[in-house]
Design a protein around this ligand. Structure first.
Ligand SMILES: Cc1ncc(COP(=O)(O)O)c(C=O)c1O
Length: 424
């Protein structure tokens, strides 16, 4: 058999990081199978994408049916798949969100959201948060700050973008403890608006409601509410980037629901079409309907096959009760992990919402980056695929498909515990 990995390394740029040295032949549900027939539990969902599990039969059927009928429109004519999906999205997105623009990837959605915010407000300023990941194209990269590796050698980036610290309580930027927290991070942001950028010339504040690439961090409940209030006061648009946290990942359709905050603009991608390329800018009609013809566009966005996959994805999440399952399995996983935390000094923090769980590994209080590599290698050998996160790459992000059962999560976490013991 051809050595796929060797050939891939010859032909594909090393800029694109492959996380594991395995070659997969097929995947189903939470399992992937390599070319030698070895099965792995995928607790990454291909980075929060295969929320309905790999190759869900209903999604596959919808893709086949749509491909048989119509694959492409390129905005040359109307087609039903995109309208059907929009109607379904209107139902599951927060109240007031009722108009959509479809693209192909998360970064494209973020680019469009920034353009919409500037177009609508006529303002230039953008505020983002340190630790967030919003994409790799030059506009979204100007916001991305989950690690300098993404930004190195690409300056100058978009001007008029300012960053404020994300409320990462375990590693508080202001050295506060939860008992002493006066939400200095929020006050820092307010000062930014006094020192660097006037609120009257700010188009938007953009934030991930739960930090993804930056380490699966959940902000304090009040933080997003305060942002919402601040935005309302100054006529600034609040953009919630739900590319990773959306589509049921946190046990609700969108993470914003946990915080009772309604965004002006929302970006959605990853899990929306169970692996087919699709992204969405979702906004209030009052705003999006003023985006004039030609102000934004796409050739492939809203591809009929991707839209059909997304429609099937939403139906599967509803029919199989996957939001509830994510919440129930999450509780079980958190309980197991918190017990492990008591047992092992190397687990510094366990946090998350739904099946977006971060396990931060430390050694003498410092990020345990070397340890995580060993742990992940041990897990892989024993049939469990994991992926890391965080600026120091010392956080395991647990993001299994939302169909995962308690038994499966228990099996996976036992493999993880053994790896933890081995890594010392
Ligand atoms: C929150 C968030 N926004 C945007 C992106 C960019 O998405 P894509 O890789 O599809 O461009 C990602 C990708 O990980 C993400 O997690």
């Amino acid at each position: 058999m051809r050595d796929i990995i060797k050939k891939a390394n010859e032909l594909l740029t090393p800029a694109l990081v492959m996380h594991n040295d395995i070659t997969v032949k097929r995947a189903k549900g939470i399992y992937v199978e390599d070319v030698k027939g070895k099965r792995y539990m995928d607790f990454t969902s291909g980075i929060a994408v295969a929320n309905t599990g790999h190759n869900h039969p209903k999604v596959v059927e919808a893709i086949k049916k749509q491909a048989d009928a119509l694959i492409h429109s390129g905005c040359i004519f109307y087609y039903e798949a995109v309208v059907k999906l929009s109607e379904m999205l209107k139902d599951i997105t927060p109240p007031g969100i009722d108009m959509f623009f479809f693209g192909n990837s998360g970064t494209e959605a973020v680019e469009g959201a920034l353009k919409l915010a500037r177009f609508y407000t006529g303002r230039q300023g953008i505020v983002a948060f340190t630790g967030c990941f919003h994409g790799r194209t030059l506009g979204s990269l100007s916001l991305t700050s989950s690690g300098t590796r993404y930004r190195r050698k690409y300056h100058s980036l978009l001007p008029s973008v300012y960053h404020s610290p994300y409320p990462y309580c375990y590693r508080c930027f202001f050295n506060q403890k939860p008992e002493t927290c006066g939400m200095d991070c929020y006050e820092y942001m307010e000062r930014l608006f006094k020192h660097l950028l006037s609120p009257e010339e700010t188009a938007c504040i953009i934030i991930e409601p739960v930090l993804g690439e930056g380490g699966y961090v959940v902000p304090p409940m009040n933080f997003l509410k305060r942002l919402r209030k601040f935005c309302d006061k100054w006529g600034i648009l609040l953009i919630l980037d739900e590319v990773q946290s959306g589509m049921g990942r946190t046990g609700k359709w969108f993470a914003s629901e946990h915080f009772s905050v309604i965004p002006d603009i929302m970006t959605i991608a990853k899990g929306i079409a169970s692996g087919m390329p699709l992204s969405v800018i979702a906004a209030k009609k009052e705003m999006m309907s003023r985006w004039s013809p030609g102000a934004h566009g796409t050739t492939f966005g809203g591809n009929p096959v991707s839209c059909a996959a997304a429609t099937a994805t939403i139906e599967v999440i509803k029919e199989e009760g996957l939001l509830k399952n994510a919440a129930v399995v999450s509780k079980y996983a958190m309980k197991m992990l918190n017990k492990m935390k008591e047992k092992y000094d190397s687990i510094g923090d366990v946090r998350g919402l739904g099946l977006m769980i971060g396990i931060e590994l430390v050694k003498k209080g410092k990020p345990y980056t070397d340890g995580i590599k060993k742990i992940m290698a041990h897990c892989l050998k024993n049939g469990l695929i994991l992926v890391e996160a965080g600026v120091d790459k010392n956080v395991i992000r647990l993001a299994p498909p939302l169909i995962v059962t308690k038994e499966e999560i228990e099996k996976g976490l036992k493999i993880f515990e053994n790896a933890l013991k081995k890594a010392g």
